[in-house]
Write a protein that binds this ligand. Sequence first.
Ligand SMILES: Nc1ncnc2c1ncn2[C@@H]1O[C@H](COP(=O)(O)OP(=O)(O)OP(=O)(O)O)[C@@H](O)[C@H]1O
Ligand SMILES: [Mg+2]
Length: 490
Amino acid sequence: MPTARDPHPLDAEHVLAMAAQSMFDTFQRTAMGTLVVDREHRIVWISDGYKRFLPALGHAEDDFVGRRVEEVVPNTLMGQVVDGGQAILMDLLTNQAGSFLVSRLPLRDDAGRVIGAVGFVLLDHPETTMQPLIDKFSRLQTELVAARRQLVEQRRTKYTIASFIGTSPAALEARRQARRVAQTDSTVLLLGETGTGKELLAHGIHAASRRAARPFVGLNIAAVPETLLEAEFFGVAPGAYTGAERKGREGKFKLADGGTLFLDEIGDMPLALQSKLLRALQEQEIEPLGSNRIERVDVRIVAATSRDLGAMVAAGRFRADLFYRLNVLPIRLPPLRERLPDLEALVETLAEDIARRSGLAHKPLSADALELLTLQPWPGNVRELRNVLEQATLMTDDAQLTPAHFAATLPLVPGAALAAARSEVPAATPAAPTRQALPDQVLALERAAMAAALAAAGGNRVAAARALGISRAAFYVKLARWPELTGLGR
Ligand SMILES: Nc1ncnc2c1ncn2[C@@H]1O[C@H](COP(=O)(O)OP(=O)(O)OP(=O)(O)O)[C@@H](O)[C@H]1O
Ligand SMILES: [Mg+2]
């Protein structure tokens, strides 16, 4: 006797057979029409529901049953299901009778051989019944296309060379050089302190080059753990690793193919990888990890660093051959304190951008606030300037920014800086342009900055030098010009 826990195999088969029968009945009942073909694709049976499609197909029942299905039902795939033995669970069939949502299943004998197929017409006019779904799908499709286009657009025009603001000789020269190198395919090296616009200019050079429509791919070498860098550069072949990387991964060189690869913080490149990078630059060939296969790429390199690569070469921490290879077209981006005349234009552009992004009104600076900014050392350059402006903007509801609004964020406090700048320097108030010769103006400005730094540092020369971002030696040389400043701040 079969028990409940161990049903007799015949019972199980019986249940299965019943399930199959009842499933067929259900489908048959709910479907709008059913048709069965044999191994030779000949129609052997149609349901009553199916008969209503016959007039539109141009056949009478006795001229339909017995015919090969492809002769009487245009675009049918029933034959393919019979020949391949694979079901097509969901499909759209369109012919002169209309559009139909159909399902097609192979039929097999006890030995598993295909003996025919059954087809169900689940829905007619799916374009009306399924309209909400189709609408949603096509709306998402349209949105996707638009989003993709926007992404390409954003990538393309993020920055141009003109986005590098400034009319000082140093800024003009940086833009001129950027335009010149944009015409070439050579490696470019951008040198400058932190926040001087290296990444901005890298985007600009790409946008002005013949590669503008191709990808701009950035890689910050300092941000990637040393052990992962090689894979990040050159990619990983499929099957080289188990786990997540099993499928393989494209490296940045490959992703940038035809475009520009921006190698940020190139001075942080581990020595061991430097020779591989050099090879890739020289040969324009890469070898994905675990592949033993060489791939050709066409990539223009723009590298950037705030480090002194020459000194690193001398110290044996950077390969000389890679340095020479990168240093073909160096562009030095001046620190902010060397182009103070640009400060006003920069403040204007940055304040507008901050207003746009924050949704707040644009807050102009009072003249003395601007003057206060010109007295700062700006070790973080334009990025620091941007942060200072952003904080001042966000921390007040006032419509105009005055020195008081910067008290919390600037190293040189308003009172001390302005008082020091103005005391004993009647000839030149830095923010007010005069008709003096430029060298004289620069000197006056330098003296004011020194005075402000000394005042703020309480007479501590080391601290004052640090605040100005210059060496102690340089500070003493300058101080020798103005002995009257010596007692300041004490
Ligand atoms: N000349 C400029 N005109 C307008 N905006 C600038 C200029 N220089 C820098 N900026 C802005 O300052 C910020 C910092 O610039 P960027 O990231 O290009 O500097 P960086 O030299 O790459 O700095 P780091 O070495 O720290 O990475 C950005 O918001 C950038 O838009
Ligand atoms: Mg950068």
